[in-house]
Ligand binder design. Structure first.
Ligand code: ACM
Length: 677
């Protein structure tokens, strides 16, 4: 009897601990409060939805999408495949109670509570937007056992930590067709993000139809731009999902495309042509002539009508000032107006722009370069160069959003982004200043992505960033995040994202439709080089194909990460753990043997030639790993031969090949270090 009680006690105790560590329920973002009650709500074909707020188009559509997604994942032939407005006599499974239609703007109430009991589910929210967030949670809760599909019974109370939870997509460097944007909006909705920041103009293209200035797309888009209808369609699609759309037109720098169409607005004589390369370029609007402001007034007025959100992004980043320095008229203007440097001149430009935007009922957002003592406080500053900009701006009473640390184009690991908090402990901001930090945005700059690869750079890492913006600050256990990330990764595919399926297609193309397995084994342990290294190793431009091994390789390669973790855990043991030892040996044997299998395929597919050496490096490194493990197991001392060979092999493997790097090197180096002394 005592034994049984002990067992019961430990089970309950374990579940409490698990709950505290947030390991129990596979949700991302993790909710604010959750109480698990341990039973199952069984889903049958009679499952139905009833909602109280009949005038919400948004809720009606989301409820119907919910039923489709539920049917798709369960194979159930639902008898009530359309959500039912109140008054029906159906025995309803899911009741949605909302008070009002939410106005889609900063700070709208997105909270909800969800109660799943054995026979009934109730979702309550102040607004239909909160209800949408709750429905996404419920879809993530779907589970199966041998009896069928079910939702675990529980009670959730949830609300976001930050009110601005964004993803920026750059559609200027590489154009992203409507379907790319739509499927990413679906991904954002799944992880409760609420701002889509659309980077629509840069040196490499102007991407929106302008009826006032048709030359913009005629001369500066290569025919790749969004029509009015498409913009409206996307805004509606986003609104249906409770997502705001904020357009960005980058000025006065990053303006080559605009100046290709309107060279008379430049700070240096033209002509200009669409920039095909990547980097920071000189062409800059002339802030000292009235023509510039007349143009921007009309263009931004037109765009302000097209984009209903109250915020409007003017870029403002990376103006190198070279054209301003070289222009005598501009220098005279600065002297005459007591403008002492380029930053002050840009502030003068921004102030005039702010008047224009205010006239068009818009609030200004800009990158952190727009921060200047002369600019009024009613703007939002997007901090990208460092955290200090965020602290300085918030301390002075500006609203800020954080993007520094969320640059997903830089191929950093998920854990890095996940632990990057907009308000880290110890930040030098008083509580009343902290409220100026509205949230953050992940930024998908598109120099190195195409419509085919972009999803694999955004997802799944952005789901972890979304959790950072939504969930309580203390939900920050990295191992647990990675566990839940695996699940959301798969779920994201169910709404149409291509980050998993395109990988297989890319491998078939790379191998010339030969066996893809050996290439897969190699790519699973490599990653594209980080930060801005890729373009420095091999110059790329807008026409460069993004179909090579470096493009198929993904950030935060899971197999390599898990190998590194296993090595760490193996080395931390005082006594040799044969299970771990054998797992490492098995893995290393596969990698060692892979080169022989891949070489014949490389011969049939010249595009793979550039990674032949990488395949050899993996094989050599794995062989070294096997030798080290053997030494450790047999308590032998290292031979002088292995010492010099080993150092050489490790150093060779550190050199990037075909703009990729081998991600198991640090683990082998640690193993090697463990037998040296
Ligand atoms: C930026 O990355 N230039 C905002």
């Amino acid at each position: 009897m005592i034994k049984i009680i002990l067992v019961l006690f430990s089970v309950t105790f374990a579940s409490v601990i698990a709950q505290n560590k947030n390991t129990q329920i596979n949700l991302m973002p993790y909710p604010k409060e959750i109480k698990i009650t341990g039973e199952k709500y069984r889903i049958k074909s009679t499952f139905s939805i009833n909602y109280s707020l009949t005038k919400s188009e948004r809720l009606k559509k989301m409820s119907n999408r919910f039923l489709i997604r539920l049917a798709e994942r369960t194979g159930l032939f639902l008898k009530n495949p359309y959500a039912n407005q109140s008054g029906a006599k159906l025995k309803t499974a899911l009741f949605i109670q909302t008070e009002k239609v939410g106005k889609l703007k900063l700070g709208v109430d997105e909270s909800y509570s969800l109660k799943i009991s054995k026979n009934k589910i109730t979702l309550k929210a102040k607004t239909d937007i909160g209800a949408i967030r709750g429905l996404e949670t419920l879809l993530q809760l779907l589970k199966a056992d041998e009896t069928g599909y079910y939702f675990p019974t529980l009670a959730i109370k949830d609300a976001p930590r930050f009110k601005w939870r964004g993803l920026m997509i750059d559609a200027a460097r590489h154009f992203m067709p409507v379907e790319v944007i739509k499927r990413n909006l679906d991904g954002m909705a799944m992880v409760k993000m609420n701002v889509f920041h659309w980077h629509l103009s840069d040196d490499q293209g102007f991407r929106v139809e302008s009826k006032i200035y048709p030359k913009l797309t005629e001369l500066a888009s290569d025919g790749l731009f969004y029509t009015y209808e498409q913009i409206k369609e996307i805004i509606k699609y986003a609104d249906d999902r409770g997502i705001r759309v904020i357009p960005e037109f980058d000025v006065p720098g990053h303006a080559t495309a605009i100046l290709t169409a309107f060279p008379e607005l430049a700070s240096a004589p033209g002509p200009y042509k669409i920039e095909r390369n990547w980097g920071i370029f000189d062409p800059t609007l002339n802030p000292t002539i009235d023509k510039t402001y007349k143009f921007l007034d009309k263009l931004f007025g037109e765009m302000a009508n097209l984009f209903p959100d109250e915020y409007f992004h003017i870029g403002g980043d990376e103006n190198n000032g070279k054209q301003w320095d070289a222009n005598e008229e501009i220098q005279k203007f600065m002297k005459a107006n007591n403008i002492k440097d380029n930053h002050a001149l840009q502030a003068y430009f921004n102030k005039r722009l702010l008047k224009i935007l205010t006239k068009h009922n818009k609030k200004m957002v800009g990158w952190d370069e727009i921060f200047h003592k002369d600019i009024p406080k009613n703007i939002v500053i997007q901090s990208w160069r460092g955290k200090q900009a965020l602290v300085d701006a918030a301390n002075k009473g500006y609203q800020v959003i954080l993007s520094n640390g969320y640059y997903i184009d830089l191929i950093q690991p998920t854990s890095f982004h996940y632990l990057n908090d907009p308000l880290p402990k110890g930040i030098k901001l008083s509580d009343d200043k902290k409220k100026f930090v509205l949230g953050g945005e992940a930024t998908m700059w598109a120099e190195m992505v195409s419509p085919e690869t972009i999803d694999s750079r955004i997802w799944p890492r952005t789901a972890a960033i979304a959790e950072r913006f939504w969930s309580p600050q203390n939900i920050n256990n990295v191992n647990n995040m990675y566990k839940r990330l695996d699940r959301i990764n798969y779920l994201l595919e169910t709404v149409g994202l291509t980050h998993i399926k395109n990988y297989g297609m890319m491998l078939r193309r790379l191998t010339n439709n030969n066996d893809t397995k050996p290439l897969d084994i190699l790519i699973q342990v490599i990653e594209p080089v980080k930060i801005y290294k890729r373009n420095s190793l091999r110059k790329q431009n807008q026409q460069t194909p993004l179909t090579r091994v470096v493009d198929a390789a993904t950030p935060d390669a899971k197999v390599a990460r898990e190998f590194r973790n296993l090595v760490d855990s193996y080395l931390a043991d005082k006594k040799l753990d044969m299970k771990k030892h054998n797992a490492l040996v098995e893995q290393l044997k596969i990698w060692k043997a892979n080169n022989k299998k891949l070489l014949p395929i490389i011969k049939k597919s010249p595009m793979l030639k550039e990674i032949e050496l990488m395949s050899i490096r993996l094989s050599e490194l794995s062989d070294l790993g096997l030798k080290i493990l053997n030494y450790r197991k047999n308590h032998k001392k290292i031979s002088s031969e292995l010492f010099s060979d080993g150092s050489q092999i490790i150093n060779n493997a550190k050199v990037p090949i075909a703009q990729t790097e081998l991600m198991i090197v640090p683990a082998i180096e640690k193993l090697f270090g463990s037998i040296l002394f």
